[in-house]
Design a protein around this ligand. Structure first.
Ligand code: ZN
Length: 159
């Protein structure tokens, strides 16, 4: 057995829930921040960070027991980990496997980095809207001021 397989086996199978695989290495904590799971669900989270991966070199794996992430939540994951794959597990069986896809448009979740942008006005802030211009690495453009926001800028907002 190769080294790669060994490290992937370290994580035990779950009965029910969501497994997010192929997360960009060391980005799991950003994802947990973005998902903002309640305490009782955080207790069901298992994380494997910086494990070896054939396709990616290094990757993270995140398991959330007894919780199936919905569409909107998966979109948020895509923002941080564009190569992630989602596995929905029921009764130890894989019932759904999907690549996550970043939507064309993102609202809220992240902030525009231009301090003069209308979405950052203190008195009447407007909900930020971004158009996705590149999905891997993630680059989005603010709908209002056209500022480009790159993956590093997005990461910074979840550190
Ligand atoms: Zn803006």
């Amino acid at each position: 057995m190769s080294e790669n397989n060994k490290s992937e086996l370290k994580i035990k199978a779950i009965e029910n829930g969501t497994v997010i695989d192929h997360i960009t290495a060391n980005k799991t904590l950003h994802i947990l921040k973005i998902l903002n799971l309640p305490d009782k669900e955080i207790r069901n989270v298992t994380v494997a960070m910086n494990v070896s991966s054939k396709e990616m070199g290094r990757k993270d794996i995140l398991k959330i027991e007894n919780r199936e992430l919905d569409h909107e939540e998966l979109n948020q994951v895509a923002l941080i980990a564009p190569k992630a794959t989602i596995n929905i597990i029921r009764d130890y069986k894989l019932v759904k496997k999907d690549k996550i896809v970043l939507p064309e448009k993102i609202t809220s979740i992240i902030k525009c980095t231009n301090p003069k942008c209308i979405t950052n006005y203190e008195n009447e802030p407007i909900t930020p809207i971004f158009k996705v211009v590149n999905d891997c690495p993630t680059v989005v453009r603010c709908h209002y001021c056209e500022k480009l926001i790159k993956t590093e800028d997005i990461d910074k907002q979840f550190e």
